[in-house]
Design a protein around this ligand. Structure first.
Ligand code: NAD
Ligand code: UDP
Ligand code: UDP
Length: 331
């Protein structure tokens, strides 16, 4: 098959086989919006590790200063409390600058739309490369399984989830509009359900709920019949995918997810085996418009980014449990 020209510019295990030892990309300044959050903070770790300077812009809505506290004394790291819904002027003479747009949670159409618009305006003004962290939610309750990037999705525009789904769909539209019309260099990732250390303890996502509930010896709350499926990706795999996307020549969108698909009942079983064989489950009514199934087709990312996830749910979950156990003890 055709392998495109891709310059692997950075130095970490799975992507560096063709890179001479000791080769490093020139350092850049990278703005990471949402960088005090779960995914953002892991990405910040990686960027600083490879020598980049990082400016985190975060309003601490779901993110925590603790997630980046280990960098506060690093001269290459800056932390700005700011809501991306408001415009922001950052002066920057360095050309290479990536922006991870990452508003989150129950997301609020306005954060996705205004935040993405402002960051695209910033990227346009300073000539930076822009990365959008979109989501598998753009596929809605999919009629195609597994989902390829070419699938246009099945979303209820006025449903309870639409502020999030449609917010990200609009963010993708804005990103392509600024690319085609404004000449901004862009990248789009469609992230599937991701878990790992530093996840918000109480934002209601299924993996964090089950793990926190099992650790607290509360029943795990399964919504609906528990037969709906999701595919769970460990955060280090996602970070590797985002880095490959940022450094590469392809705009995307790219699905970044682990094709290992589980029903919520199967997930509860894995959490039970990992944390507490006595853990129980409790059924609760499901929310409206909940997608029945979700699983990424990652053929495109495998071919063009030479990326694929490495960590299975059974390997990744204990790493997250260690972090959650500590944080729950500290409460
Ligand atoms: P998170 O909630 O841990 O991180 C989001 C961060 O954005 C937080 O630090 C929060 O304080 C900050 N934020 C929210 N609104 C803001 C605003 N108006 N101004 C400035 N900062 C703001 O969530 P996450 O899981 O790390 O998600 C990161 C990105 O990845 C999001 O764009 C999300 O949509 C996307 N994503 C995540 C998943 C997943 O499973 N974790 C799946 C699909 C897409
Ligand atoms: N913007 C920003 N920082 C910048 C440049 C622009 O926050 O450095 C905001 C700007 O306030 C506007 C949005 O980004 O709301 C889009 O900017 P653009 O220049 O594309 O549009 P315009 O300002 O012409 O409407
Ligand atoms: N879910 C569940 N129990 C919970 C939280 C969520 O059974 O305590 C279910 C939810 O109904 C959905 C799936 O888990 O079918 C994934 O939900 P999540 O909010 O984590 O992600 P998303 O729906 O955005 O993929």
């Amino acid at each position: 098959s055709h392998v495109p020209d891709r310059r692997p510019l950075f130095s970490f295990a799975s992507h560096t086989s063709s890179v001479p030892a000791g080769f490093h990309p020139p350092p850049r300044r990278v703005v990471v919006t949402g960088g005090a959050g779960f995914v953002g903070s892991h990405l910040v770790d990686r960027l600083l590790e490879q020598g980049d300077s990082v400016i985190v812009v975060d309003n601490f809505f779901t993110g925590r200063k603790d997630n980046v506290a280990h960098h506060l004394r690093n001269p290459r790291f800056e932390l700005l409390r700011h809501d991306v819904v408001e415009p922001i002027l950052l002066e920057n003479s360095v050309l290479h600058l990536y922006i991870i747009k990452s508003g989150f949670l129950n997301n609020y159409y306005k954060t996705n739309v205004m935040g993405t618009l402002n960051m695209l305006g910033l990227a346009k003004r300073i000539g930076a490369r822009f990365l959008l962290t979109s989501t598998s939610e753009v596929y809605g309750d999919p009629l195609e399984h597994p989902q390829k990037e070419t699938y246009w999705g099945h979303v209820n525009p006025i449903g309870v989830r639409s502020c999030y789904d449609e917010g990200k769909r609009t963010a993708e539209t804005l990103t392509m509009d600024y690319h085609r019309g404004g000449g901004v260099e862009v990248r789009i990732a469609r992230i599937f359900n991701t878990y790992g250390p530093r996840m918000c303890l109480d934002d209601g996502r299924v993996v964090s709920n089950f793990v926190a509930q099992a650790l607290r010896r509360q029943p795990m709350t399964v919504y609906g019949d528990g037969k709906q499926t999701r595919s769970f990706q460990y955060v280090s795999d996602l970070v590797a995918g985002l880095m490959a996307l940022m450094e590469g020549d392809h705009i995307g969108p790219f699905n970044l997810g682990n094709p290992g698909e589980f029903t919520m009942l199967e997930l509860a079983q894995v959490v039970k085996e990992t944390i507490d064989p006595m853990a129980t489950i409790e059924f609760k009514p499901n929310t409206a418009d909940d997608p029945h199934m979700r699983k990424p087709d990652i053929t495109k990312a495998k071919q063009l980014l030479r990326w694929e996830p490495k960590v299975s749910l059974r390997e990744g979950l204990p790493l997250m449990v260690k972090d959650f156990r500590q944080r729950i003890l500290d409460e």
